[in-house]
Design a protein around this ligand. Structure first.
Ligand SMILES: Cc1ncc(COP(=O)(O)O)c(C=O)c1O
Length: 434
């Protein structure tokens, strides 16, 4: 690089080749610019494609009432609050939203942040002191990992949803610290796995820990009305803190934490990611308020989501895909190595289906996934079309109908994903109805 100097901070940038190599191979499936969207379908590079890679679970981004609510808020408040809620950007919309979210999630109080990422980072950093400890699931979202990095104190990672490992670590380390918090996603974002909340809750009681569930993918999805993980297990208000985002089922952007009044008030006055960043804009707050009304008054959206997810889980499993036992609308497909996942995504795209790969370091070597996810607003035709393409390409790539490869994949999947890797653990989406 012409202008590189000795000990140059930017050397790593000049030498960064990975993305360029994937681009040169024609396999770069990131940052695809969306030209138009109806939610279930998108137009990219001039062509309409079925979107099975989004988090728009309830399909509310295009609901006319939601759009009207957002427009109305812009008419009333303008396009932004141009400041932090702490100082000049707080509004009646934020406060109404907090009150309604607290009621919906069964907590005393809630606090709305500008993004879900900031909610996790801000709340964890505010709560943890230097003598405290976080026990964090290995598959937790990047925002929790960043939160544990920003927070004072120690973080101990336990194997994904492995309660024996969690207990082992609690036994070994709990007494060395003052406060302790167990943090986990309610629905894990890449695998669609549901947290074993009853077991985590019991261990937290036994070892005197507080608990924190990230319900980003459970809000609007799990529980009778989509209230989240605690409600899925019929254990309302058993977690100390529940966090959620509006960037998925609630069709917008923003996030929150909910818990007891004192804890929320403490976070409100200590979380720098809340106090020193601009407020969620009016259109977003009004969007979420309208989504919250719709999910409580119209069960058909959640029913459709469950019907669509159940259909896809049944069909993909029947074809022979490994879905890691997913019981949610996130249905991962185990395909093999990273290049295979990139090539598979690219072929899906060329065939009119938009889904994204999950590669190292998010998954172990040789265990790359295609993360597929489904919406209430997908039509039968959208789903059938996606299934036809997935079956055709699965066979063309030797992922399906290849006994030799199947034996190798069985071993790999079992090794890295344990019981979830087995095809016997194939998705039972009907468990969502429990
Ligand atoms: C589990 C989980 N938590 C937190 C976040 C961050 O939320 P947001 O994208 O709304 O900032 C995400 C987003 O992908 C997520 O999947």
């Amino acid at each position: 690089m012409a202008n590189e100097t000795k000990n140059d901070l930017f050397s790593k940038c000049f030498n960064y080749e990975e993305s360029k190599k994937v681009q040169a191979a024609g396999l770069y499936c990131f940052f695809r610019p969306i030209e138009e969207t109806t939610g279930g379908n998108v137009v990219t590079h001039g062509k309409k494609r079925v979107m099975i890679g989004s988090n728009n679970y309830l399909g509310l981004t295009h609901d006319k009432r939601v759009i009207e609510a957002a427009k109305h808020a812009i008419d009333r408040f303008g396009t932004g609050f141009t400041g932090s809620r702490f100082l000049n950007g707080n509004s009646v919309l934020h406060e109404e939203l907090e009150e309604k979210l607290a009621r919906f999630t069964g907590k005393e109080a809630a606090l709305v942040f500008a993004t879900g990422f900031q909610s996790n980072q801000g709340a964890l950093a505010a709560l943890m002191g230097k003598n405290d400890v976080i026990f964090s699931d290995q598959e937790n979202h990047a925002s929790i990992i960043e939160g544990t990095r920003t927070a004072a104190g120690k973080t101990i990672v336990f194997r994904h949803n492995d309660m024996e490992d969690l207990e082992r670590k609690l036994k070994e380390h709990r007494d060395q610290f003052e406060g302790a918090l167990i943090v986990a996603d309610g629905v894990f974002s890449m695998s669609g796995d549901i947290l074993n909340w009853p077991a985590v809750h019991a261990l937290a009681k036994k070892y005197n820990c507080r608990t924190y569930i990230d319900d980003a993918h459970a809000l609007g999805v799990l529980g009778p009305m989509g209230q989240g993980t605690e409600f899925h297990f019929n254990m309302p208000n058993t977690a100390d803190i529940v966090m959620g985002t509006f960037s998925k089922s609630f069709a917008s952007v923003g996030g929150y934490v909910a818990g007891s009044k004192d804890v929320i008030n403490y976070i409100k006055h200590h979380a720098r990611h809340f106090m020193f960043t601009a407020a969620m804009p009016p259109s977003a707050a009004a969007t979420v308020l309208e989504c919250l009304r719709i999910v409580q008054e119209e069960p058909k959206h959640l029913e459709n989501l469950r019907k669509n997810a159940a259909k896809m889980s049944t069909e993909l499993t029947r074809m022979g895909y490994y879905t890691l036992g997913s019981q949610t609308p996130i249905i991962p497909l185990l395909v093999g190595d990273d290049m295979m996942a990139l090539a598979f995504s690219q072929k899906l795209y060329e065939n009119g289906v938009f889904a994204t790969p999950v590669v190292r370091p998010a998954v172990p070597e040789g265990c790359a996934l295609i993360r597929t996810s489904y919406m209430a607003s997908h039509t039968e035709a959208d789903l059938d079309y996606s299934l036809t393409v997935l079956e055709k390409l699965g066979k063309a790539f030797g992922i399906l109908g290849n006994p030799e490869r199947k034996a190798a994949m069985d071993a790999l999947a079992e090794k890295h994903f344990g019981k979830r890797g087995s095809q016997k653990a194939a998705g039972n989406v009907s468990a969502m109805f429990a």
